[in-house]
Design a protein. Structure first.
Ligand code: FES
Length: 128
């Protein structure tokens, strides 16, 4: 869960906040972890940010719920391995990093760190 990557790496994938030093994020309580069983997803809004949280094989991942291709909602898309497929035109993003991995999207989307504390899900939002 902790950030183990050197701070110098964050700029190379600027939306991948999971690579941030966690002291740069504010962790916001979302819901009890029991509300997000394996294979499910949870749609939330934190501030003005739409976010979808996935439970893939017991691991939680949070990404922005907006496709970088044409701003379509992304979170309802099919999940293939660790990729989510945009329902509109088929772009794919790595849920772990937000990286755009298939056309027509070429711009990464935000990926946020997720923690479970005392049975509750928290998502780390970068401090302004
Ligand atoms: S809006 Fe997602 S691929 Fe076009």
């Amino acid at each position: 869960m902790g950030c183990t990557k050197p701070a110098t790496h964050w700029w190379s994938s600027m939306f991948n906040y999971t690579a941030f030093d966690e002291s740069k994020a504010e962790f916001v309580e979302i819901a009890p972890a029991s509300e997000l069983p394996n294979g499910e997803r949870l749609f939330v809004e934190v501030g003005d940010k739409p976010i979808v949280i996935f439970n893939i094989a017991g691991q939680l991942f949070a990404i922005g719920d907006v496709c970088s291709h044409d701003e379509g909602p992304l979170g309802d898309g099919d999940v293939e391995g660790h990729n989510v497929v945009c329902p509109r035109h088929g772009a794919e993003f790595d849920i772990r990093t937000g990286k755009a991995v298939a056309m027509p999207a070429v711009v990464d989307i935000p990926a946020y760190p997720v923690q479970v504390r005392d049975g509750n899900i928290f998502v780390g939002i970068p401090k302004e």
